[in-house]
Design a protein around this ligand. Structure first.
Ligand SMILES: Nc1nc2c(ncn2[C@@H]2O[C@H](COP(=O)(O)OP(=O)(O)O)[C@@H](O)[C@H]2O)c(=O)[nH]1
Ligand SMILES: [Mg+2]
Length: 332
């Protein structure tokens, strides 16, 4: 998924080095991409497509009765009211699409929605500093994601710094510290300091010591919405001022199980941070894989990473094509 290994070698590499590089390359691909079968397992509880197909299979046309059934199924799969209405309205009073072709219809619509939301590929620029600004509500999985991402970049041989921007609770910094040690990354933390100043310091350190990556952890207390938004805007201001070219992603972390409510909460973050992509966590065991479609439709944002467990390597690249195939139970 990444183009990490495309970097030009300063000196011409020996055949040994080339072989090593190729092994690393294929290994890293295996580690970081989930693969069709595994993804199918992850979304195996997301069965709404088959439910819709079954509910219309004996019908000649999309009657109001049938459309209502379909609406219920799509809403309970967490596609969201707007998207569901659009999908159902397209079928009302037309005779081009028959109920027997409902799966093909949904597949086409979903493919369109996901492709319009943009590329699934995580932005990373070689030979410069890459900052990942990670936001989302408490408990969504930000700190865990940072630990997993730090580990991924370390495996790829990158120098990684994490910035402990959730300065509200000492425990939050402690948790990040544990993750960064586990991943072999360095950390900037200043107990109870202003989050923006922690990020400022991290950027200075990264520039002086040639880091490739900064992962910025942040607070997510929605109870005090105004302060939180102010804090995040300040961090964003520091990045824009100190390292404007380095912001590779402003990533919103969402828990797959929070459903439409989670999406509503997420809008708060989008108001103050120009979010570029989504990491969807806790997809393991979730029956709510369809939330990926709602995110693409409602926010116009691509999901780039998925969390499929609590372990350090339970972070995978997301592929729309594999996801659609898994959802529709076929590889083509
Ligand atoms: N099953 C599962 N649990 C996760 C995943 N990502 C995070 N968690 C758990 O969710 C909880 C909250 O995560 P944390 O990173 O502290 O969230 P934060 O408040 O946004 O920083 C922790 O118990 C994590 O172990 C995931 O992909 N799958
Ligand atoms: Mg945290």
């Amino acid at each position: 998924m990444f183009d990490f290994f495309k970097r030009k070698e300063e000196e011409s590499p020996s055949q040994d080095d080339i072989n090593k590089q190729e092994v690393q390359n294929s290994d890293s691909k295996n580690i970081f991409s989930i693969g069709f079968e595994a993804l199918k397992k992850v979304v195996s509880k997301t069965v709404f497509v088959d439910s819709v197909a079954q509910s219309v299979q004996d019908e000649e046309e999309f009657s109001e009765f049938v459309l209502e059934d379909m609406e219920d199924l799509l809403i309970s799969a967490d596609l969201g009211v707007n998207y569901t209405c659009e999908l159902v309205d397209n079928l009302r009073g037309q005779d081009k699409i028959k109920p027997s072709a409902v799966k093909e219809y949904l597949r086409g619509e979903f493919e369109k929605t996901l492709s319009e939301a943009g590329s699934n590929k995580l932005n990373y620029k070689e030979n410069q500093l890459n900052i990942y600004f990670i936001v989302g509500v408490n408990g969504a999985g930000k700190t865990t994601l940072i630990g997993k991402l730090a580990n991924r970049f370390r495996i790829m041989g990158k120098r990684v710094l994490v910035a402990a921007g959730d300065t509200f609770r000492a425990a939050a910094e402690e948790q990040l510290d544990i993750w960064s040690k586990r991943a072999g990354a360095d950390i900037v933390r200043r107990d109870k300091a202003d989050a923006a100043s922690v990020v400022y310091e991290a950027i200075e350190k990264a520039k002086n010591e040639n880091y490739d990556v900064i992962l910025v952890d942040t607070a997510g207390r929605l109870q005090n919405k105004f302060n939180l938004m102010e804090e995040l805007s300040k961090i964003k201001g520091v990045i824009d001022k100190q390292a404007p070219e380095s912001l590779s992603e402003s990533m919103l972390v969402l828990d797959a199980n929070t459903g439409q409510n989670g999406l509503q909460q997420a809008k708060v973050f989008m108001e103050c941070v120009k979010v570029t992509s989504v990491a969807l966590t806790k997809l393991d065991g979730s029956a709510k894989g369809a939330i990926i479609l709602a995110i693409a439709k409602e926010f116009g944002l691509p999901v780039k990473l998925i969390g499929v467990g609590e372990k350090i390597d339970d972070l995978k690249d997301f592929s729309s094509t594999d996801f659609i195939n898994a959802l529709f139970g076929s590889q083509n």
